[in-house]
Design a protein around this ligand. Sequence first.
Ligand code: PMM
Length: 277
Amino acid sequence: MGAGPVVMGVLNVTPDSFSDGGRYADRAAAVAHAAELYAQGADLIDVGGESTRPGADRVDAETETARVLPVIRELAAAGVPLSVDTTRAAVAAAALEAGAAVVNDVSGGLADPVMTKLVAGAGCPYVIMHWRGHSRRMAELAEYGDVVSDVRDELRARVDEALAAGIAPDRIVVDPGLGFAKTAEHNWALTRRIDEILAIGYPVMIGASRKNYLGRLLAGPDGTLRPNAGREAATVATSVLAVAAGVWGVRVHEVRGTVDALAVWRASGSPRLAGPV
Ligand code: PMM
């Protein structure tokens, strides 16, 4: 078991990602950016080849694989620890083969019935995120009775499926999926009551980085959302508050601020958190 808090740095190798779309579609730029995030103190780099931006269309498996594989190969050869952000077992298998160590599945096994078997066979850590459907239609799926208990119960069901497929309990991480089929109010309820997600009994990861609900929180007087680049301090604050509440890992686009803030958290006497990476 590794000790947290773990900082996962985001590398979106896509032309249209939510907050850094297009910037790292070129392989050399992607590799250089990931190396920089690692040098800044990321514990692992999360490489994704399909945008999960709200409303985004899917890409086919071949395109997704072609985007992530060369980058994963090169970074793995340089000794950078990697996760692959994919909902497809075929992409995960190729990424693990190329040197990724962790599978980060935003669908928690729902999008591809083969995924949990694949992860069980690989024996790697598996991030199970709460998800209700692909990006194109997730806005219409944001209907809950009580969002926190619904997310908790749906995550539990995904964990049960992962365990039934043979994934070892100490390989599992759960993530409430901020912004995925969730309104701003849903995201705030989940961060406020994160203890109920921790109560599922697995290390918890969250990805608040630059998400729209932070842009909305920081909107100008005319209601214009704060642009992505201005959401960093709010991202760091959200991540550190979550870690202080017991969250094991945070997924962020800008690593340095989070690593610095967590150094302060650690120096102020806070405990290490157990987890699989
Ligand atoms: N968010 C995005 C992509 N992958 N993975 C996990 N585990 N948790 C998240 O919240 C998450 C994720 C979407 O964000 P981006 O497109 O800005 O990277």
